[in-house]
Design a protein around this ligand. Structure first.
Ligand code: GFB
Length: 317
């Protein structure tokens, strides 16, 4: 597959490098012939338009990997809707405009599979966007991410910029958030199973019915896909990144229990929200380009648990 953009020698700003995705991107891109730049939070608040403009004016970048976002699991999305819509809209609009004004040739904008309608046909292809109502628990985040796709399209249409949007499925891995109020399901259950094992508990509490399905992509695979797409994708339509198969929440809870070594029962709490019934991505477009995920779920769970054990002391749990 021919390159549509050559990253060799480019100066790349990774926005959001302290988050799980940005951190994985920095690790992955370190092995490539690019110059990676990051900004600390005390140095730059991406929600501050004047600060962002000044940062871009005093640093020259060729490429922006837009991995900065306010993110979280179903509880955080439901209880902090203003943070999810405001922070993400501000970050995106500030970064797109500053990039445009300062000659950034390429933006790789990161969205999420929750941009697709709640009842989209499965697996969900890129053209399902804006064909039906969103899942209410994360509509605030989804609307902000849809706005990001539209920003990429608008700057491409008006100025010819080669800005692209990438839609990953549910992510997990090294550097994940294990704080139960903010966490997605996988790190939340891993931490709960770990603590249940240490306490000798008989039950692990799993929110919802356990019957809804999710697709999980190891974050280092996403970072590899982002490197690939930065050189091989140049279209106004977003492109999905996933593994192509999903599991039920009950299945993932069982797998996590096995990896952690928790031998008790699962107890489902149907008073907690299930969220979207299913959101499996159609990854046909990405496969045709020549990229597929490599890390089997069990192997990714094992690596994540090892990272958790090595870092639990320093995590804000
Ligand atoms: O990962 P998660 O928080 O968010 O939850 P979404 C996925 C499913 O896991 C839901 C169940 O059905 C939860 O009820 N679950 C079971 C749990 N136990 C737990 C637990 O202890 N903690 C959590 N958090 N869930 C997110 C969106 O949706 O997906 C984001 O909220 C983003 O905005 C992300 O789009 C990719 O998968 O439902």
């Amino acid at each position: 597959m021919n390159k549509v953009y050559d990253m060799t020698g480019k100066r790349v700003f990774v926005a959001g490098h302290r988050g799980m995705v940005g951190n994985a991107v920095v690790r992955r891109f370190a092995g490539e012939p690019v110059d990676v730049v990051t900004a600390g939070r005390s140095e730059l608040d991406l929600r501050d338009q004047a600060g962002v403009n000044a940062w871009f004016a005093s640093n020259r970048f060729d490429v922006l990997i837009l991995a900065a976002a306010t993110v979280g699991g179903i509880l955080a999305n439901s209880t902090r809707p203003a943070d999810f819509i405001y922070d993400n809209l501000m970050i995106e609009t500030n970064l797109f405009e500053a990039a445009h004004r300062n000659g950034v040739e390429r933006i790789v904008f990161l969205g999420s599979s929750c941009i697709y309608p709640k009842h989209a046909a499965q697996p969900m292809s890129e053209d399902a966007l804006l064909t039906g109502p969103l899942e209410p628990t994360n509509q605030w985040y989804a609307i902000a991410k849809i706005a990001g796709i539209k920003l990429a399209q608008a700057y491409r249409q008006q100025y010819g910029h080669r800005y692209i949007s990438v839609m990953p499925t549910n992510l997990y891995g090294i550097g994940d958030n294990f704080n139960l109020e903010g966490a997605h399901v996988l790190p939340a259950l891993m931490r709960k199973a770990h603590e249940a094992k240490l306490a000798g508990a008989e039950e692990l509490e799993v929110w919802g019915t356990g019957r809804v399905r999710r697709e999980f992509l190891f974050v280092d695979d996403l970072a590899d896909a982002l490197w690939f797409l930065s050189e091989h994708y140049d279209d106004s339509e977003p492109i999905n990144v996933g593994v192509g198969e999903d599991v039920t929440i009950a299945d993932i809870a069982k797998m996590i229990s096995e990896v952690v070594g928790f031998e008790g029962r699962l107890r489902f709490d149907p008073t907690k929200p299930d969220g979207t019934p299913r959101k499996l991505l159609d990854v046909g477009k990405l496969k045709t380009l020549g990229w597929s995920a490599k890390t089997p779920l069990r192997e990714g769970l094992q690596s994540t648990y090892e990272w958790f054990l090595a870092n639990a002391g320093e995590l804000r749990l």
